[in-house]
Design a protein around this ligand. Structure first.
Ligand SMILES: [Zn+2]
Length: 212
């Protein structure tokens, strides 16, 4: 069966907001709804966690996702697999081409270890995630290895990871369809010590369309 690609017009969306640079966000996306993340300024890492909204003990598993698709990068048709083997979301469209799920989220601790003790008090993604998850009764023990949309983390043949200059142009989008009711938590990454945000954190746009 051939189905035409659904035309997603922001004028018909049920949610359309700009998330300022460095800010956290969380929202329940219901089964069948589509979430678009737009990298407005380009080269902006968007740290992303997703849970089964009806039972958050089921949550994103970077390991199961990469094994299931046989690829360490995420792009169109990637299914975000849970620790229970369920499909949380599917990437329907991706104009960036490659997203990381190996590099993890920045934290005050990793910033101080990597970049110096004076960086310990800079705002970081782990603190954003904790802020985003708190209204749902979730905390540090519920945080797992995350996705970094629009972040460029090449992995060399010897397994070395590197966080390098981004490949995401301004206006890059990724569309994700919820395959069950999901809770999405986002940190619009505030990192200033490596090139993941081109040393200039910028706003992103978040749009949700209802299921057809
Ligand atoms: Zn970060």
């Amino acid at each position: 069966m051939i189905t035409a690609e659904r035309v997603l017009d922001p004028a018909t969306a049920i949610y359309d907001e700009v998330l300022p640079a460095r800010h956290p966000w969380s929202h329940v996306v219901k089964q069948g709804q589509i979430l678009r993340i737009e990298d407005l300024g380009g080269n902006q890492a968007v740290d992303f966690l997703v849970y089964n909204a009806d039972d958050p003990s089921e949550r994103y598993s970077a390991q199961d996702t990469t094994v299931a698709q046989g690829n360490i990068y995420l792009t169109t048709d990637s299914k975000l697999i849970s620790n229970d083997g369920g499909v949380l979301m599917t990437i329907l469209k991706d104009t960036c081409g490659r997203h990381d799920t190996s590099g993890g989220a920045c934290s005050c601790e990793s910033n101080s270890v990597r970049f110096g003790l004076d960086k310990k008090y800079q705002h970081a993604c782990v603190e954003n995630f904790l802020t985003a998850l708190a209204p749902y009764g979730l905390g540090k023990r519920d945080m797992v290895s995350n996705i970094n949309f629009f972040m460029n983390v090449p992995v060399s043949e010897d397994g070395t990871l590197e966080i390098v200059d981004g490949i995401s142009a301004s206006g890059s989008i990724v569309d994700l369809r919820a395959e069950m009711n999901v809770l999405v938590a986002i940190s619009n990454c505030p990192q200033m010590n490596n090139p993941c945000n081109a040393y200039n954190p910028t706003p992103i746009r978040l749009i949700i369309w209802d299921a057809m």
